[in-house]
Design a protein around this ligand. Structure first.
Ligand code: GLC
Length: 744
């Protein structure tokens, strides 16, 4: 391998430098006139119908199904249907709407297209581990291309909830613990789903969810209470939603939870003061599944009428599945508890988007069997899913460079309940994904190993039960092998909605089997397939190689095999910290320093008696088959003024034997401020690929906004003083330097 010594200078044009143009839409200037004219002809009942969303019985995603939704369509009592797709079925329902109702207003068809429609990509947490914003946008673009070919207009995605608690199963659906990374990914996904123009036949309306702070559920228990300060709400949980709105997200979905006593679905501060008045959001707000009704359980509404009144007067436009708007709004108008103006405002927002989609011009534009046949699972889609799956994989440990494995000789014993499993890799929200198209690890390895290499396989145990009868066969195979690959993890349904776990170890008897495999004396590689960080302290200590593979979708087996055999050098970086034990949770990198920060030599400092404070694997962490070094962190000036840009540069070198991709991360700390600030916050990153021996000078430009925060009066500002800038490979492994922000 010729050692290449090249020093180039790369200015990382970090993507938050300027907000994108609002997503363009195709609507001509006739939109306002058309909408006003239609609205003027609608009865109150017809208006309320537009504010109502029901699930079909084609697929179901919530606690109960409303009988008679077809009659509702024919009677004009519903404006949108979810969980209905295929060109034929949507055409059938659309025909009812535009032929049997008085005003022939077309339906909107929505669905949870979370990480792919039929070609399934890695779960969103896995995609976030790629830190590749272009690839993430492309994934959403392909999902929209396929879903819109199956009659769908609208996806209930991206889920942009920041999550610091891996007990919460829905951490799988988002972008992890960091607000900056989460905001960039929110924008990329909205742009991917909505493309360059709403209404093109390969786009979907996006829906940023769940507004807001759903990931802060107490104890990580889904739907549980959230009690956070306005400061935490604005600094941690809201920015990804604002990024989605700024990217032109057409819709927003309210969350099930309360925030400090006020359920989001009845929270006017959230839905009107912030979303509409501060952020100028122009789209419509849909509730989550029966979340209006659930304000009664919250003890926030005494009955359905009051719940409906609270929802519409807070800023909700569409009632998902609750039938409260349908049953109560007309009476509330008669009682003058809800104004017709409020209803008209909601109807306008919905009609505008139907117009932008072109549905009044051609209600069947998306229900096209020809497109459905040619676009879904197109080869280029499968290739993109394969590329993304490889980028999502995070190498957590590789002692003795056990990986990559030799592909041209020896015997590999592939063991574990996820080694040849075609269902779990699709993840928990796999839309119309088809397990029959999933490539397993066994298939992926078999397709790549040379004839001289033997691949033995045993399931060994199940994912989540106590059966040990498969152990003997597995251990026996292990004895015959040169290396053991153990594929273990969770069932897909152990993460996602209503899937919180109070214990995060490998479920069932998988760790017992792993210990027996280790006892064989053969080297063991552990492949993890999971929807959240797991607690794996024993494996982290005793297993030489560990690879985090999340749930990688349709191309799972191909991607994992390519990493195991060295055809792809793993480049994933953790978007979420891995705790050592659940007792640490929440453990996240951008924590406060406290008045007694950890000092191992001082009893009276913030620590545990039995566990280190640090996570097992930190945010931003990931290894490579090569090694990168960081040196010469330099600032173009020791002090900056508000008008300046501070240029921070560092030299990154590939010190290993093979090319690799590194995600260079820049963190910042405001050392002293009018409110306490985190010990560090991710502010920039960029990805570079270096050949063996190659060095590159990477530079970032920091501006005043990067130093800003909400001060004591909740004003967004930057305060003069000293800052520490840190650059490196992850949140723990950093070079640092100080600089000053001067008044002028
Ligand atoms: C579910 C989920 C939400 C989803 C909706 C429709 O309850 O909370 O994320 O989009 O219902 O399926």
């Amino acid at each position: 391998m010729q050692m290449v010594k090249k020093v180039g200078r790369m200015l990382c044009m970090c993507v938050m430098m300027s907000l994108p143009a609002m997503a363009q839409n195709i609507a001509s200037d006739g939109e306002e006139a058309f909408v006003e004219q239609l609205l003027s002809r609608m009865t109150l009942e017809e208006k309320i119908g537009q504010l109502t969303l029901y699930t079909s019985d084609y697929d179901v995603s919530g606690p109960f199904l409303r009988a008679g939704y077809l009659d509702d369509i024919k009677a004009g009592r519903v404006g949108a249907i979810f969980n209905a797709f295929t060109a034929a079925f949507t055409r059938k329902l659309q025909t009812m709407a535009v032929e049997q109702t008085r005003l022939k207003v077309p339906l909107l068809f929505g669905y949870d297209v979370i990480h792919g429609f039929r070609t399934i990509f890695p779960i969103p947490l896995g995609e976030a581990a790629s830190w590749d914003l272009a690839a993430i946008e492309k994934s959403a673009r392909i999902a929209a291309t396929e879903a819109s070919a199956a009659g769908l207009h609208w996806t209930f995605a991206p889920m942009v909830d920041i999550a610091r608690d891996p007990r919460w199963g829905r951490i799988a659906e988002g972008a992890g613990e960091d607000t900056y990374l989460g905001s960039l990914i929110a924008r990329a996904r909205v742009q991917g789903f909505q493309g360059q123009a709403i209404g093109r036949d390969d786009t979907l309306l996006a829906c940023a969810k769940h507004f807001a702070a759903y990931g802060a559920a107490e104890a990580g228990r889904d739907y549980n209470s959230v009690d956070i300060s306005e400061r935490t709400l604005r600094e941690v949980y809201l920015p990804p939603f604002q990024a989605a709105v700024d990217a032109g997200a057409a819709t927003i979905m309210t969350s099930f939870n309360e925030i400090s006593g006020i359920p989001s679905t009845g929270n006017r501060h959230l839905l009107t003061d912030i979303l509409r008045n501060e952020w100028k959001f122009q789209g419509f707000v849909v509730t989550d599944y029966t979340s209006i009704n659930e304000m009664i359980n919250h003890g926030f509404a005494a009955n359905e009428a009051e719940a409906g009144e609270l929802a519409i007067n807070s800023g909700v436009d569409m009632d998902m599945q609750g039938a409260i708007f349908q049953n109560e709004l007309a009476k509330l108008v008669a009682q003058q508890r809800v104004s017709v103006a409020a209803i008209d405002a909601a109807v306008r927002r919905i009609l505008r988007l139907k117009y932008k989609l072109g549905l009044f011009a051609n209600p069947f534009a998306y229900s096209d069997e020809t497109r459905e046949k040619t676009r879904i699972m197109a080869p280029e889609h499968l290739q993109a899913a394969f590329e993304m799956a490889k980028k999502a994989i995070v190498l957590l440990k590789n002692d003795g460079n056990l990986l990559p494995l030799a592909k041209n000789g020896g015997t590999i014993a592939l063991i574990g309940p996820l080694a040849d499993n075609r269902h779990e890799p699709l993840g928990s929200w796999c839309g119309a994904g088809d397990w029959q198209h999933v490539m397993t690890i066994r298939q992926g390895l078999a397709a790549r190993l040379s004839p001289g290499c033997k691949l033995l396989y045993a399931k060994g145990c199940n994912i989540n039960d106590t059966a040990r009868d498969g152990f003997a066969e597995a251990v026996q195979l292990a004895q015959q092998a040169d290396v053991i690959v153990a594929a273990m993890g969770e069932e897909a349904i152990m993460s996602g909605e209503a899937a919180s776990r109070a214990n995060l170890n490998l479920p069932g008897v998988q760790e017992e089997l792993l210990r027996e495999l280790k006892a064989s004396g053969k080297p063991v590689v552990l492949i993890l397939m999971n929807g959240r960080p797991l607690t794996i302290p024993w494996a982290a200590e005793h297993i030489p190689a560990i690879v985090e593979c999340w749930f990688l979708g349709t191309q799972s087996g191909h991607a994992i095999a390519e990493v195991l055999l060295g055809d792809y050098n793993p480049s994933g970086r953790l978007p979420v910290s891995f705790p050592r034990t659940i007792g640490q949770i929440p453990v996240y990198y951008n924590h406060k320093n406290t008045g007694r920060p950890l000092d191992v030599n001082n009893k009276y400092t913030s620590k545990y008696l039995d566990v280190a404070n640090s996570p097992l694997y930190p945010f931003g962490f990931g290894l490579s088959y090569t090694r990168f070094s960081y040196a010469n962190l330099t600032l173009n000036q020791a002090a900056m003024t508000p008008a300046d840009k501070l240029v921070v540069s560092v030299e990154v070198k590939n010190c290993g034997e093979r090319a690799g991709t590194e995600t260079v991360q820049l963190y910042l700390r405001d050392e002293f401020a009018s409110v306490t600030r985190p010990v560090k916050e991710l502010k920039k990153f960029c990805q570079i690929t270096l050949q063996p021996g190659e060095s590159q000078n990477v530079a970032f430009a920091l501006a005043l906004n990067d130093l800003s925060f909400y001060d004591r009066n909740m004003q967004w500002t930057a305060e003069p003083g000293t800052f520490v800038v840190m650059v490196g490979a992850n949140a723990s492994d950093l070079l640092s330097a100080r600089f000053e922000l001067r008044k002028r």
